[in-house]
Design a protein around this ligand. Sequence first.
Ligand code: NDP
Length: 307
Amino acid sequence: MPAILLDGKQIASEIRQETAAEVQNLTAAGIRPGLAVVLVGNNPASEIYVRGKVKSCEELGIYSEKITPPATITTGELLALVNELNARDEIDGILVQLPLPTQVDAKKILLAVDPAKDVDGFHPMNVGFLSTQRPGLISCTPAGIMEILRRSHVDISGQEAVVVGRSDIVGKPTAMLLINANATVTVCHSKTRDLPGVCRRADILVAAIGRAGMITPDFVKPGATVIDVGTNNVTDPAEFQRLFVGNAKREETFRTKGATLVGDVHPAVAEVAGKMTPVPGGVGPLTIAMLMSNTVKAAKMRRGGRN
Ligand code: NDP
């Protein structure tokens, strides 16, 4: 029986509705949550992401501000801008869109964001709060993965979870969240020996690698839940064939657009897994939904007690 597909769009839509209701309540109490997005230069992919974030704020009633300094900005100038946003009471969330130009010290910038406004959850203080189970702001994609698991009633406690990828923004915080939810967690990376064998132990397998269709059916225990974080744009026809041979819908997209979006999990895994997230329409929609939810959380944590 093919895997049940976990509908990220539907789950994201539920979270957005809940968040919009919270925004209404807060606004009625005189606290309109506000998000500032800093977009340096004109990276086309970043522009698309930022547009999506601002549009989402508008839909949910969150105040948003887009700040677009030139690509030539220095670390000092960007630090000054972040400090200004840190000081403004009506700004609850500050998001500095990555990547930053090479002359800017990105680590210094992320460290300058007030941890109480760090809606991306990248500040070392929030990372520390997560690892010591204190309240804080949690990185959006990992938080979204947990929402998918919980809202799809996937058992986590006591289960074997394997996370492939150890990045600071996805792999590590996802592993930490799974540990906090009482899973037994293994984290894999490019130096892991016998990756398929380790992955086959997983009741919950999270792929955050950045390699199109790398997780094939031989990596997956029958019945496992597979969460595919990868977003890879496939343009090579041979690669496309390896992934989607016989899939008429994808073939049509590939013919007309010359590219298609694919995760880190091979589509044939659907024949083995019990549940899995599709790409697109799985983890992706959760990332912006959790950013909105984090902005509201930041507003409540910072300003909620004052009225
Ligand atoms: P990174 O490149 O920062 O990390 C990739 C990880 O995968 C590294 O830990 C790396 O190991 C590991 N890896 C790479 N190749 C292999 C291999 N052959 N075998 C085992 N492990 C390997 O990527 P990110 O964590 O930032 O992103 C991962 C994917 O998730 C990307 O496709 C990205 O586009 C997507 N993504 C999607 C989001 C969404 O909203 N849906 C949000 C964020 C990311 P090592 O550490 O040893 O190098």
